[in-house]
Write a protein that binds this ligand. Structure first.
Ligand code: ADP
Length: 274
């Protein structure tokens, strides 16, 4: 499902003394089936941008297009429901939203809510338990008996269970240790590739952006200031420094970056190792 932002601006509490402009004239294209990373400092507008993709926020000006659905400040009703059906969001600390008696019921909640028959929803829940590397016997347990990492996987399964076409990940690995982070990020990568999910990742990690994304958008003070391939955006140290961003110190040379993105760059973007 293609997504585009066409001159999208957004203000919180518009026309009040508390008005806060959070997005300014955003223009962006996210092709169907692609993996996009959105990076930028806290407060740069990343979450506000994403909340436009499942109808939680509507633009104050401009248009968001998701597949065939157009969302403007006037959009109501069916269009917003269609968008919610197609776009799954994994929020930060998604395990805080678990609430059912059993893991199976928790994963089935979304699909049942969208009218998927119970048997199909149950089958999908069990398939996801396996795909996400959870032990088969978790299905009948209370989600609250599980470890933190397992709870997060259950919450992620709950989003994948209704088979969204677009998956939005808002810092999905916050609070996990490096191994847990890598495992979860690799899972999303697999879903992106195997199920053709259009994936949009909001992250503070320049390494994750380089490793997983095909396209990077840099947000700064409500503006989309840079966008392009990871190699063109993330190796542009001078431009990134304007937005107080930099690659980690472990990625100093061209070879380090090529290892991270898993391919050779067609040009010399960073200094060659001496
Ligand atoms: P990020 O996700 O990059 O941290 P946000 O989209 O959360 O950035 O915030 C963008 C700007 O909007 C910030 O200045 C923030 O303070 C402001 N903001 C976010 N949520 C609200 C809200 N509910 N009411 C008013 N201002 C908000």
């Amino acid at each position: 499902m293609d997504i585009s932002f066409q001159r999208v601006s957004f203000a919180y509490a518009p026309n009040t003394p508390f008005e806060k402009k959070a997005l300014h004239n955003i223009e962006a294209e996210i092709p169907s089936g692609s993996y996009t990373a959105v990076i930028g400092h806290t407060g740069s507008g990343k979450s506000t941008l994403l909340l436009h993709l499942n109808g939680l926020l509507k633009p104050t000006d401009g248009t968001v297009r998701i597949g065939d659905t157009l969302i403007t400040s006037e959009t109501k009703g069916k269009a917003l429901r269609d968008v919610r059906r197609n776009v799954g969001i994994v929020f930060q600390f998604p395990e805080h939203q678990l609430f059912e008696e059993t893991v199976e019921k928790d994963i089935m909640f979304g699909p049942l809510n969208f009218g998927i028959p119970a048997e199909e929803a149950r089958a999908r829940a069990h398939e996801l338990i396996e795909m996400l590397g959870l032990p088969a016997d978790v299905a009948d347990k209370s989600p609250f008996e599980l470890s933190g990492g397992q709870m997060r996987r259950v919450a992620i399964a709950g989003v994948l269970a209704f088979k969204p076409s677009v998956l939005i990940l808002d810092e999905p690995t916050a609070g996990l240790d490096p191994q847990g982070r890598r495992e979860i990020m690799d899972l999303f990568d697999r879903f992106h590739r195997e199920e053709g999910l259009t994936t949009i990742l909001v992250t503070h990690s320049m390494e994750d952006a380089a490793r997983y994304a095909e396209h990077v958008i840099v947000m700064h003070e409500g503006h989309a200031v840079l966008s392009g391939s990871p190699e063109s955006v993330l190796t542009n140290a001078e431009e990134l420094a304007r937005y107080r961003l930099e690659l980690p110190r472990t990625v100093r040379f061209q070879r380090d970056f090529e290892r991270l993105v898993g391919r050779e760059l067609p040009y010399a973007a960073l200094t060659e190792e001496q």
